[in-house]
Design a protein around this ligand. Sequence first.
Ligand code: ZN
Length: 160
Amino acid sequence: MQIAERTVVSFHYTLTNDAGDVLDSSDGREPLAYLHGAGNIVPGLEREMSGHVAGDKFIVDVAAADGYGDYIEELVQTVPRESFQGVDDLAVGMQFQAQTGQGPIAVIITEIDEDEVTVDGNHPLAGETLHFAVEIIEVREASAEEVTHGHVHGAGGHHH
Ligand code: ZN
């Protein structure tokens, strides 16, 4: 069966950046399962999966804009340290939800000064060109319920 709309795809992957650093991998885990055509994976990868079948191995290069987005300077902001009152052990790397005009976004603390804290709302992989080494393990038809929910049920997916 070929990967198309309304199929569920299980695949192994290794994700590297331009420098060749491994950013993520399904190595040693269950393959990742996703519902094709539902935006469960980054757009640049999903597009290249179409038409492949179980057993296929290939490399997909994804530009930042088709991956986790371009790096946006405006998403880096400095806020007064007192906005974090009540937070113990404020540290670089901590994640928070920030309320914005576009709704809540996840931000990460990148710098802490005496009276100011710098937060970054970019995805940790924003601005990175992504290189996926992919191996398709299984392609099956999605159930009507999976299509309605927009995600995979069972192995590698949602259990509810
Ligand atoms: Zn569901």
